[in-house]
Design a protein around this ligand. Structure first.
Ligand code: AHR
Length: 512
């Protein structure tokens, strides 16, 4: 739909044509919960995510910290309402020996991080440090178990160490190490990327050993206490999902994972800042593919599990560019308005697939890939992605409102993408939250939202936008990109109207 707007500027008449976005929200048909775990994060032993990032050690540092974790990071993560945090990898998980990361720090053996730069780590950040951090920020821990190079017993011992109440050798060891009560960790990954860094396995082989590892993760515990997640496909590898759904009993597998990164190409990932429109368009194209991949994997899951008991857990997603400065293994990158677009669009996609997508983890939380936080010595900044995740956290555990949308397209070099994406939810108090992302590189779009089903009278909102698509926060200018109030939405007789600027994210709050 197109509409011509007549503007009178200094006596001149300007005719401007805006493409129309037409949305209907069926507010009376809301029924599916948006699982808060869709808003999860991921912390791997990689570059400066843990060491020299969130963890500065409890020894010789001037940076204020609690048990070695920076206080500014703890506060920022609490404010973000992180529902779950995945650790210790990633590829690292399948090389990690958890028993080397417990007990007095001075006695812990060193290890070489074979996947990420071959750096030597001292194991000072281990199981207790991670699980205590999760308690401090109010997040559920999601432990990724070592299937690639660890034994069935190692993984079974880890479950017992963190979850058994007492009277077992592992629980006694935990108590000896200073933790009386179990942490009761529910979320467990059974390996990671088993088709690649997790062991280069075939799907059939992995499905078999999944059954073996998963069997011994239970033992004394009530099976329903553990939410075991199978290492899933990359992108559109539907055969992988099919083999797992067919060969693993569904009562042993609460979730199947999926990984998809918005990367230009693995050979040439392009810069994180100062990218061209061609690179921007390709990133958006990759971000939109999340929708296609989820639909494809869901179709297969529906075939084997029509009641949707097994969840799809997108436990790695985000933008991936060439590493800045710090060396190839570090995966440090800046985070611009382009990343805000990936986040807004992807979270809308997840929300709209809430029936099956019941968990996700942005890669990664600090100083690695599409981070929400960057640190440099004593300085810390929040990225545009942090702000989007914060604006969207109103959807956590709210009820998804079904939508119809007709979006204008964003066109580049003969290719088209939908420019505007939306998702909406209703919370327990009946307040509607509507999140909109306009990925268009240059055009604002006029949006009309028909609120069908219930009467609403009040609207307020927030916006994340900036003058240039490359805009980002720096340690000298940490608030260049920040959330602002949005006063541009008008609500009349059940119809909301607003103009959404190019490359911006708007979240509206609508109440009775
Ligand atoms: O997030 C970085 C890496 O990407 C992870 O370690 C791995 O699982 C994926 O390939």
């Amino acid at each position: 739909m197109k509409k011509t707007l007549i503007l009178l500027v200094l006596g001149c008449t300007i005719f401007t044509t805006y493409a129309q976005t037409s949305i209907t929200l069926n507010t009376d048909l809301a029924k599916t919960k948006i699982n808060k775990h869709i808003y999860g994060h991921f912390a791997e032993h990689l570059g400066r995510c843990i060491y020299g990032g969130m963890y500065v050690g409890d020894g010789n540092t001037k940076i204020p910290n609690t048990a070695g974790v920076r206080n500014d990071v703890i506060q920022a993560l609490k404010d973000l309402k992180v529902p779950n945090l995945r650790w210790p990898g990633g590829c690292f998980a399948d090389a990690y020996q958890w028993k080397d990361g417990i007990g007095p720090k001075a006695n812990r053996p060193k290890m070489v991080n074979v996947w990420w730069g071959g750096v030597t780590e001292d194991n000072s950040f281990g199981t207790h440090d991670f699980l205590d951090l999760c308690e401090r920020i109010g997040a559920e821990p999601y432990l990724a178990g070592n299937v690639g190079s660890g034994t069935v017993k190692d993984l079974s011992d880890w479950v017992t160490y963190v979850n058994h109440p007492g009277g077992s050798p592992m629980a006694d060891l935990r108590k000896q190490n200073g933790r009386e009560k179990p942490w009761n960790v529910k979320l467990w990954g059974v390996g990671n990327e088993a088709w690649g860094c997790g062991g280069n396995m075939t799907a059939e082989y992995y499905a078999n050993i999944y059954r073996q590892y998963a069997t011994f993760m239970t033992g004394w515990t009530n099976e329903s206490q553990l939410f075991r997640i199978a290492s899933g496909a990359s992108d559109g590898d539907y055969a992988w999902t099919e083999t797992l759904m067919k060969n693993i009993p569904h009562n042993m597998m609460a979730g199947v994972a999926l990984h998809h990164y918005s990367v230009l190409s693995w050979e040439d990932k392009g810069p994180s800042v100062n990218f061209t429109e061609a690179q921007y368009f390709k990133t958006m194209d990759e971000a939109w593919k999340m929708d296609e991949f989820i639909k494809g994997h869901c179709t297969i899951m529906d075939k084997y599990d029509p009641k949707k008991k097994v969840a799809l857990i997108v436990d790695e997603w985000g933008g991936w560019y060439e590493t800045d400065k710090e060396g190839k293994g570090a995966l440090y990158q800046q985070n611009t308005m382009r990343d805000a677009m990936i986040a807004g669009l992807t979270l809308n996609i997840f929300n709209n697939h809430a029936e099956r997508v019941r968990g996700a983890n942005l890669a990664q939380i600090v100083n690695v890939l599409q981070s929400v936080i960057l640190t440099n010595e004593e300085k810390m900044l929040l990225t545009p992605t942090y702000h989007v995740m914060k604006m969207y956290n109103v959807h956590q555990d709210a009820t998804l409102v079904p939508i119809n949308i007709e979006s204008p397209t964003y066109e580049y070099s003969g290719k088209k993408l939908n420019a505007v994406s939306v998702s909406a939810s209703k919370n327990a108090a009946g307040v509607l939250s509507i999140s909109l992302t306009n990925i268009d590189y240059s055009k604002p779009h006029e949006v009309t939202i028909n609120l069908r089903g219930e009467d609403f009278t009040k609207v307020s909102g927030q916006i994340l936008s900036s003058g240039k698509i490359n805009d980002h926060n720096t340690f000298d200018q940490p608030n260049k990109v920040a959330i602002k109030d949005f006063l541009g939405a008008k609500l009349e007789k059940g119809v909301l109207k607003l103009m959404i600027p190019a490359y911006s994210v708007v979240v509206l709050k609508v109440s009775k």
